[in-house]
Write a protein that binds this ligand. Sequence first.
Ligand code: HEC
Length: 160
Amino acid sequence: MKHLWFPFDFAGVKLLMAAVVAFPALLVTNAIAADVTFPEGYKQGEHYASIVRGETREELFTTPEAIAAARRGDPLPDGTVITMEDYRQNKLYRYVVMEKRKGWGQAHPAELRTGDWEFQWFSPDRTVKSGESLDRCRACHTSQSGNDYVFSFDRMKEAN
Ligand code: HEC
């Protein structure tokens, strides 16, 4: 009888190993599924800055919780969404959005990792602009690692 136990145990060990391997794989799959959808209610948040540069005008919005954290000098809270309306010659050209959720960002290599933030570009009709390389967003925003990857962190601090 004894020799019959061996294959049984072996299968059991393999099953256990498969479970151990599969569990982190599930976590990684969740991280890759990070997906910024259009923040329909963004205007109910705070309008914390207007930036005008030549023919470009940007209007920046975020949550009151994010403004409060920036004032304290803390990293912005989990769930923060920042929406920037981008106008050219007073005509809405696009929205750029960044959103922070625990575990997001893990799919990116270190040099393109902006913490837990993900980025998206939306056309004026609020649909995702297809074919856009979001690596470019990340590459530029990594320079702001000292400000939770947000260029306008000081503007948030100073917002009334
Ligand atoms: C070459 C650098 C660069 C690239 C590329 C870039 N950004 Fe930014 N982004 C900035 C700067 C600088 C600001 C601050 C506003 C300003 O000065 O115009 C900013 C501001 C923002 C903000 C407002 C919060 C903040 O950081 O101040 C969002 C949201 C944002 N960018 C999203 C995006 C998205 C989405 C993309 C890619 C589609 C992107 N950015 C690509 C430089 C960049």
